[in-house]
Design a protein around this ligand. Structure first.
Ligand code: TEU
Length: 555
């Protein structure tokens, strides 16, 4: 391995550039529309690269842009090696990639290989007859088990023509691939190499801890009040998942001179499992997306049931992951993405203290150890939608939930309240470029959040004290202060109900980060020299949603 100086002046292996990088997630449908059809596209993204370069992010992760019937907004892929016409062409992609690279940034693709679309030629063949050579590429059974789909209802779909059921953990248009079949795996690895040959810099791997299932596909424990069982223990972290990831890593990245970023999305992953997945010595993935902190406000029956978020639990969870992946492995850091409600609405205060709380959340995340991911609009403090009616809901998960909740006797009001609180459309409204939107000249595919009049990029870029400029400073700190990247982590005052404070220590430097997650003045004296804050520098108690960062030299 070559040893190089990174821009923060620490000698590390350049193969590990992702440790000091900040990733920006683009949800292409909703980022920027160049042709006025109301749907964002590749040319739109290309026209906004100045904005991303100004923010100083290192990597762009694109949610899926492949050919797709768009049943799940592109997470249902019908051709892995073609761009959906709604987003552009392969030429547009190559031009975008070249522009990203010429600006010193990198680009990471979404890899969705737990399932394909039912319109993918592989599935079309597989479904054509029981004798077809690709029959075994998907999971077919005479009898379904009792697993429930993530998107409500049974995880099995009856297929009339060939008189068997097929497995779909997500929508019925997303049949699960059978990873036990070696030809399936080799075809996926070949496709990944095809993208690397085009020049991409890595992959974000969709639900990659679900690819190996318990081969017997046993019933799950019955879930009270439903006809279903909990299949999760049988379809996640299956017996061959490590073997598959090692095989993928070797077959796809082995022998290449380039170095790549890989992040596995892993619902339900534990710290112990994540250690194994991200231990560099095992050659699987660089980091995982874990879900613990975004599950703390879920009730016993799941995400649609509200539970009050407790700051002490949030701190405990985050500290656990910081410690657990401190010596071996690596963390990803995120507050939100295209599946989660907006961070400031969920963890902060999106009313009076929207800007301060968005900044405090930014600091708390970006100053932890790991690779931070910014979801488009988070850097502006974009919020949930709030006034949404079912006629305007677009997301398949929310629509299916609404139907099944009503069928089970839930009131319309209560089902809508759940969707407004935690539905995925909250994150998917168009990027707010200016006071009238600026996303598209046409009618956007999903309505803009009306607060674009006040919450928008034009009002923030270059404006001192804005959420955007604060994020820019946080990203710069990661690039410039080695303790941000490499420092160890210690939570202080773990039981304090409104203080979120921690220390990072590295090579003679101690950083202290302290935030007031409330509005009452909070005394927490910190030693050292002032580095950054989201208010005018002052002594005395922390003001509402104030965050302060101090630096001192230590032994
Ligand atoms: O998400 C997987 C996942 O487990 C959840 O976040 C899921 O979206 C849902 O909200 C559970 O309640 C990934 C993608 O990020 C998501 O957009 C896709 O819909 C899903 O996989 C299927 O590809």
């Amino acid at each position: 391995m070559t040893v190089v100086e990174t821009r923060n002046g620490i000698a590390t292996s350049n193969a590990e550039w992702w440790r000091s990088a900040v990733v920006y997630q683009v949800y292409p449908r909703s980022f920027a529309d160049s042709d006025g059809d109301g749907i964002g596209d590749l040319l739109g993204i290309r026209s906004r690269l100045d904005y991303l370069q100004n923010l100083d992010v290192d990597v762009i992760w694109l949610s899926p842009i492949y050919c797709s019937p768009q049943d799940d907004n592109g997470y249902d892929i019908s051709d892995y090696e073609a761009i959906d016409p709604v987003f552009g062409t392969l030429d547009d992609f190559d031009n975008l990639l070249a522009d990203v690279h010429s600006r010193g940034m990198k680009l990471v693709m979404d890899l969705v290989v737990n399932h394909t679309s039912d319109e993918h030629p592989w599935f079309v063949e597989s479904a054509s007859s029981r004798e077809n050579p690709k029959r075994d590429w998907y999971v077919w059974r005479d009898q379904p088990n009792n697993w429930e789909s993530f998107f409500s209802g049974s995880a099995w779909q009856w297929h009339d023509e060939t008189e068997q059921h097929f497995l779909h953990l997500f929508s019925r248009k997303q049949p699960d691939l059978n990873w036990e079949n070696g030809d399936v795996r080799q075809s996926i690895y070949a496709m990944m190499r095809w993208w690397l040959d085009r020049g991409v810099d890595g992959f974000r791997m969709d639900v990659i801890n679900l690819i190996s299932k318990d081969p017997g596909l046993p019933n799950g424990k019955p879930i009270a009040g439903t006809p279903f069982g909990d299949g999760f223990p049988h379809f996640s972290y299956g017996p061959r998942v490590h073997e598959y990831l090692q095989e993928m890593n070797e077959s796809v990245f082995g022998g290449r001179s380039g170095t790549y970023l890989t992040v596995g999305e892993m619902p339900g992953v534990t710290v112990e499992q994540a250690q194994r997945f991200t231990d560099p010595a095992r050659g699987e993935v660089n980091m995982v997306f874990q879900f613990e902190h975004v599950g703390l406000d879920h009730g016993p029956s799941g995400k649609w049931e509200a539970r009050t978020l407790d700051l002490v639990e949030l701190k405990e969870s985050m500290a656990k992951w910081q410690q657990g992946l401190g010596d071996v492995g690596w963390n990803s850091l995120y507050w939100n993405n295209h599946d989660q409600p907006r961070a400031v609405s969920r963890f902060g205060d999106d009313g009076e203290h929207r800007e301060k709380s968005a900044q405090a959340l930014g600091a708390i995340l970006h100053l932890q150890r790991g690779t931070p991911f910014v979801y488009q609009g988070e850097e502006l403090g974009m919020t949930n939608v709030h006034a949404l009616s079912i006629d305007h809901v677009s997301d398949i998960e929310s629509l299916n939930f609404y139907q099944s909740a009503l069928a089970a006797g839930t009131s319309q009001e209560s089902a809508m309240a759940s969707i407004q609180r935690i539905g995925r459309d909250n994150a998917r409204t168009p990027m707010q470029w200016g006071p009238t939107g600026g996303f598209s000249d046409g009618e956007p595919w999903i309505a803009l959040n009306p607060n674009t009049t006040v919450v928008n990029a034009a009002a923030q870029v270059g404006v001192e004290g804005s959420v955007f400029e604060f994020y820019r400073t946080l990203i710069a700190l990661r690039h410039e202060v080695p303790a941000v990247v490499h420092g160890d982590f210690r939570l202080v005052e773990p039981l304090h109900p409104t203080l979120f404070a921690f220390e990072r220590r590295f090579s003679g430097t101690l950083l202290t980060v302290a935030a007031n997650f409330g509005t009452a003045p909070l005394s927490y004296p910190i030693a050292g020299e002032w580095l950054l804050g989201n208010y005018e520098q002052a002594e005395g108690p922390l003001r509402p949603w104030e965050v302060r960062i101090y630096r001192q030299d230590v032994e």
